[in-house]
Design a protein around this ligand. Sequence first.
Ligand SMILES: Cc1ncc(COP(=O)(O)O)c(C=O)c1O
Length: 459
Amino acid sequence: MSKRIPHRLYLSEEQMPKQWYNLRADMKEQPDPMLNPGTMKPVTEADLYPVFCEKLAKQEMDSSNRYIDIPEEIQDFYKMYRPSPLIRAYNLEKALGTPAKIYYKFEGNNTSGSHKLNSAIAQAYYAKDQGLSGLTTETGAGQWGTALAEACAYYNLPLTVYMVKCSYEQKPFRKTVMKTFNAEIFPSPSTTTNAGNAILEKNPDTTGSLGCAISEAIEKAVTTPGYRYVLGSVLNQVLLHQSIIGLESKLAMEILDEYPDIIVGCAGGGSNLGGLIAPFMQDKLLGKADPRIIAVEPASCPSFTRGKYAYDFCDTGKVTPLARMYTLGSGFIPSANHAGGLRYHGMSPILSKLYHDGYMEAVAVEQTKVFEAAVFFAKQETILPAPESAHAIRTAIDEALKCKVSGESKTILFGLTGTGYFDMTAYNAYLEKTMNDYIPSDEDLQKGFDGLPSIPGIQ
Ligand SMILES: Cc1ncc(COP(=O)(O)O)c(C=O)c1O
């Protein structure tokens, strides 16, 4: 007799993973090393100390330890909202009339509303542990800023957030939540940093980008004694912290005697996707299983599908180390569409390498189709998804509809990274039919590629 699959599977506290999984330990070829832009030599752990906490710098450079203990204090914090549920989308399946089995891992079930808290609390913990006096960061959609504000308030650490200007204007209540947790917030680009002023001088009407906000946050960190900068995505350390999503998902699926044929996640800088796929990608790398893995990005900011695999700066002000990744160029300013958290010019170097080596696929989807899926999903599953998460929903639905045509009963797992209750401007634009689909032309993208750094002997 086949097992009855519940609508929601919650692991117990005891079943929550006690270690993060470091995917790099199983990669046959490593991502190319970050380069110091001054010397064009690979960065060392010590090079990162002025910007990052020391233990996080260590995690950033660690490509050999497969499992890394989650400090008990972080486990205790996680227990306030984890393990997160693995949900079988019975109603969605029925409404689609698909023979596919659709599962989603819901990370919006915490006060910050997204998966970002998994890394925020870890980064705040290591900052406190090092005795730092404060942190700075950027935020696009505001989800990361909110999560980090909560984590910093928990450890009584001051936090300065540079929020991408168009999101700052579109989402006034995100600011209120962050302020409730004591964070100081500036719209980026701002006039409070040299980087912000330089960007404004060139382009006074810019709506900002994550790349601009990163430059400002780094400048503030390195010019304020006892401060360090933290980033909510892209970095190896962030994917490491987010591996808890995939580890819990895999365990829950094992309990249900299930294994995904297709895994889908939205991709901004790659942290939720990198976390969700981590243990499944391990199976793929070790030849134990071969699930299809699909990254979903907005057609307006298509780093995987139309970007170049090249060394580039992680920020617009060109102060960070150079990372080899899929990029649209650090000067690329995406249109002010609504999936704020997916509007980053680059992509995690780990995911970039895996994509480049053929271990995963990517698709780009248009904004109105994403919102169509979001509204359909909300009605069936009663969760109002974040616009970012709805990119994954769009592709999961498309794959389930293909199963309807082929008659195959594939098992699809997607990451529902967060809720969209602060994204009412975007939902409103969709419902009132004022939302536009913007797809950059090849000429638009070429402007970004023209700004890629030239590195003698490399590119
Ligand atoms: C809800 C949500 N999902 C996904 C993302 C994308 O980030 P990442 O690719 O790092 O998971 C964001 C970023 O802000 C977000 O807020």
